[in-house]
Design a protein around this ligand. Sequence first.
Ligand code: ADP
Ligand code: MG
Length: 393
Amino acid sequence: MKKSIRQVDVNGKKVLVRVDFNVPLTEDGKVADDTRVRAALPTLRYLLEHGAAVILMSHLGRPKGVRVESMSLRPVADSLARLLDRPIIFAEDCVGPIAEDAAARLKPGQVLLLENLRFHQGETKNDPEFAAKLGKLADLYVNDAFGTAHRAHASTVGVTEHLPAVAGLLMEEEIRSLGRLLDPERPFVAILGGAKVSDKLPIIRNLVDRVDQLLIGGGMANTFLKALGYSVGKSLVEDDQIDNCKKIIKEFKDQGKELLLPIDVVVANFFMEEADHKEVRVDAVPEDWLILDIGSQTAERFAEAARSAKTVFWNGPMGVAEWQNFARGTERMAVALGEIDAYTVVGGGDSVAAVARFGLEERFDHVSTGGGASLEFVAGEELPAVVRLEEAD
Ligand code: ADP
Ligand code: MG
């Protein structure tokens, strides 16, 4: 058990909270979806009610170590001010004199939001000097950004060298809910999709020992299909991962476990929302077309597998769920999981956004804010940022 803010005295303390305010912005620079901001509210309210001065830090987008105005966190300050119904002080920099001044002046009950951490190269490099500068700002460190817990960055790992580190309420809830998947009621079925094959493949190998059945859809399935010798046309494929896919297929077979891949798919003639599209069997993908969703028979087969499960973990949409014509597979999966009695968990930015669009969030036992992070956790890996949090007494 990790120590959380509920087990420490925060009264009169300056508390540096790593939140995940990596929100989508509109073209005119407003917060397009405040889900992640709202997710941090329980922790922020708790700290404020218990007499802390709250300093918030986050990344937004990938500015790669330089200041990029379109990736400023300032719009989030406005959004947060409305949600918390109090003014938010904004510092134009997350370290150095500007941040230190603002932090020094901060009083209990006040909230300071620091500018985007990734405007400095030191953040993603976990640079010790940069981490030390962050550590200077406060008396206590709280991590409430589960979605980045699988990354060893200055704000998730380095900073804990300088401050006592505990979990926020969101982090605590993630660890508890995902923890149930480490000793799951069986059968345990995992469903994977999405686009990041090379990111997720090494983790899938560790899933082999843990799950009873693995279902793969989405862009990720294409590389597996190609590994089995199917021609996938112009679909998204990571050719350098084909050997790894073959190994995973073999490992499942050797353990006598089922790895289900699509048997039919929705193909399109362009990577476009309004492209022509049709459903075909996986052995009939036209050469110039791309796979953008699983087909209806696959969705039914996957749903049937889920119905026999006692525990289900799902990360990654079954197709390009942002586009209505290619969202059916993801929707069918979400509906099926919403109807079963099993312990169901969905994780990942795009997966959760899709489930929310279908209005099915409430049907899941846990909706995780982490994609890669939840997958690594479920695969039994130690997340570097979680490891750094103090153990409860
Ligand atoms: P999550 O955010 O839930 O962890 P990922 O980020 O790994 O999921 O993957 C989501 C992305 O994968 C979405 O942008 C979606 O459009 C894309 N995707 C899913 N299926 C396909 C496909 N067949 N071809 C191309 N992109 C796909
Ligand atoms: Mg994503």
